[in-house]
Design a binder for this molecule. Sequence first.
Ligand SMILES: NC(=O)C1=CN([C@@H]2O[C@H](COP(=O)(O)OP(=O)(O)OC[C@H]3O[C@@H](n4cnc5c(N)ncnc54)[C@H](OP(=O)(O)O)[C@@H]3O)[C@@H](O)[C@H]2O)C=CC1
Ligand SMILES: CC(=O)[C@@H](O)[C@H](O)COP(=O)(O)O
Ligand SMILES: [Mn+2]
Length: 382
Amino acid sequence: MKNISLLGATGSIGIQTLDVIAQHPELFRLTAISFGKNVEKGMEIIEKFKPRIIAVQDKKDADDLRLRLGDQSLVYYGQEGLIEAAVAREAHILVNAVMGSVGLVPTINAIQAGKDIAIANKETLVTAGHIIMELAEKHNVSLLPVDSEHSAIFQCLNGENAQQVDRLILTASGGSFRDYTREQLADVTVDEALNHPNWSMGAKITIDSATMMNKGLEVIEAHWLFNMPYSKIDVILHKESIIHSMVEYKDGSTLAHLGNPDMRVPIQYALTYPDRLEHTPSKRLNLWEIGKLHFKKMDMERFRCLKLAYLAGEKGGTMTTALNAANEAAVGLFLERKISFLAIEEYIEKALEHHEFIEQPTLEEIQAIDTHTRQYVQSLLN
Ligand SMILES: NC(=O)C1=CN([C@@H]2O[C@H](COP(=O)(O)OP(=O)(O)OC[C@H]3O[C@@H](n4cnc5c(N)ncnc54)[C@H](OP(=O)(O)O)[C@@H]3O)[C@@H](O)[C@H]2O)C=CC1
Ligand SMILES: CC(=O)[C@@H](O)[C@H](O)COP(=O)(O)O
Ligand SMILES: [Mn+2]
């Protein structure tokens, strides 16, 4: 039996993780969950899975839940709550599916408590990859990728030494505005941006996908997870999202991972690695049904957020912290309909110019820069 702590249980990855858990009750038990503000969905999960530990975002919701649940569960809130859920004593693995850099501190605590981490929460690696990778090595815990591209690369690498690899090739769908010119992007709406062609995901990552920042964050995530220099990480446009990513070896062989878009597959693999389990609900891939797969060279001027992410990644240090915080803040403003779609990249660019760089930041410095950058982006509104 594998005991699982799940951060972000009410979200897109969270719900799909619960589906995987529910399909294999003889193998998985949900021991702790966190969610933000969706108490109604949270209560459905609590009634079905009866986790011992529950963490919510706000104190008021925690007080209400304590009254409703009595002795059934321990209820916490805020960052302390996320940490309590992440380090639940009986948990073997933490699935981190929370959105944003709020996932950083609970991940650090879980690693220090010796928990393996199934990581969907890419912002944690983008904001503080050096801290996470060092700690994971020190505490001998596994970081198992959930993100579809990274799960694909992990499987194509199959334990091979990085020395054998010439290139990681991440595929990008192009997002909601794949075929738009930059001129056409000027007037796009939030609802249009939220309409991803291939994946049903949370709002923030769907916008990231439309700006191509998602791929930028994924390049940085790949740099940390697979210890690869940026010069060996490429992105190619592939509108069908059937090839999830590829690894090109030094002998010229390229290995690809294919499948219909279904996040339950990489989630399950992270939970069962190195074994594989039946996964019946997924539609199997029939290439003859699809007929053709398409590929296009990435255009860094059209998708400027990807260029910004490469530049930030190459610079390293707190540059990726600032990139991530500025992006979270700017996407938040776009979702609140306070800025235009193209202002997202404009605000990020300004925040990176304004940023005071630190090469080897401590956790405290990262947290300070995260807060300061968000404030700076807010101040651009006035
Ligand atoms: N969705 C996908 O297919 C994929 C997602 N990812 C990554 O996985 C992560 C989660 O994405 P996704 O599931 O789409 O996101 P969602 O927005 O669907 O879900 C986010 C979850 O985090 C909770 N949450 C958000 N903010 C806070 C906070 N401040 N404190 C506590 N809890 C919070 C939400 O709670 P509530 O809703 O209750 O407020 C929800 O449970 C992201 O890092 C994303 O990039 C990676 C690959 C694919
Ligand atoms: C499902 C998943 O892993 C997402 O990160 C997905 O990759 C988004 O697709 P694009 O960023 O390629 O549009
Ligand atoms: Mn992805």
